[in-house]
Design a protein around this ligand. Structure first.
Ligand SMILES: CC(C)(COP(=O)(O)OP(=O)(O)OC[C@H]1O[C@@H](n2cnc3c(N)ncnc32)[C@H](O)[C@@H]1OP(=O)(O)O)[C@@H](O)C(=O)NCCC(=O)NCCS
Length: 235
């Protein structure tokens, strides 16, 4: 399978929102945060989230496309300290959607749990991420395209960017993602655990928490750090 990677365009946003939902909907967190909410109601939120990131100066939104230029993979990388020359100049309509992002949170979302996710991520990033660290903010492959190297290619894109800058890479990993990150040298930093019961949900998401590879660099000892992974979550 030929895997092409390119920067995402505004017109890709619906497809990226679809990838987000399709690849994370099986997670325990998902059913707890979005109980009985149809995928079609969540896609617009994820779509606009993709737009928001495309327009952000330090975020690089990449997509892996099939031979028909259809997005099958989606990654978001933050590279600090420089403005992304490929960032998307959002149309007025897209910008308005981003401005009203919170209005797209569907009714019925367990908001405290949704917010707890962001709080946990923020907390861990505050603890581990240093000013010059790159962050893998998001990585997903459509279920039907998984296992064919798409995720690897999107990961390698960022690893090359990090190598060129001698930067570390921090990420949070789900259990699905952990084997991939582990293969490329990330190590577990801590487990991130969410207990859903206090949020009127069921169960507990235990993670492997690998966290930061901080770019477990192949060659540069200063880059060898840890990863914290594992939160079956998505934003
Ligand atoms: C994690 C994910 C992005 C990997 O994407 P992918 O395109 O399938 O990745 P690749 O085809 O490059 O496979 C890379 C590695 O992932 C693991 N992997 C891929 N498919 C797998 C499967 N069906 N079962 C177990 N491991 C699998 C393997 O370790 C594989 O390495 P290998 O080729 O040496 O066996 C994808 O599974 C996904 O989107 N999962 C749901 C969303 C998610 O959890 N994202 C990660 C957030 S941190």
């Amino acid at each position: 399978m030929t895997i092409q990677i390119r920067y995402a365009k505004e017109s890709d946003s619906a497809a990226l929102g679809g990838i987000n939902v399709a690849s994370f909907r099986h997670q325990l967190y998902w059913g707890n945060a979005f109980p009985s909410i149809a995928d079609a109601q969540i896609v617009p939120l994820k779509e606009v989230r993709a737009l928001e990131k495309m327009g952000a100066p330090q975020v690089h939104v990449l997509t892996s496309v099939d031979t028909a230029d259809r997005p099958v993979g989606y990654a978001r990388w933050t590279i600090p300290g420089e403005t992304n020359p490929h960032r998307v100049e959002l149309s007025d309509q897209a910008q308005a959607m981003v401005t009203n992002l919170s209005s797209l949170i569907p009714a019925g979302v367990r908001t405290p749990l949704y917010e707890e996710f962001f709080r946990l991520m923020k907390e861990s990033r505050n603890e581990y991420v240093k000013e010059d660290d790159m962050i893998l903010d998001f990585l997903a492959t459509l279920p039907e395209a998984q296992g064919k190297g798409v995720g690897t290619k999107l990961l390698q894109w960022g690893m090359e960017q990090a190598d060129a800058r001698d930067a570390r890479v921090y990420l949070e990993a789900t259990q699905d993602g952990y084997p991939l990150y582990s293969k490329f040298g990330w190590e577990r930093l801590e487990d991130l655990v969410i207990d859903f019961e206090p949020f009127e949900g069921k169960g507990q998401a235990t993670g492997v928490s690998p966290a930061c590879r901080l770019k477990a660099d192949h060659s540069l000892p200063r880059n060898v750090q840890h990863i914290r992974v594992e939160l079956p979550l998505t934003d």
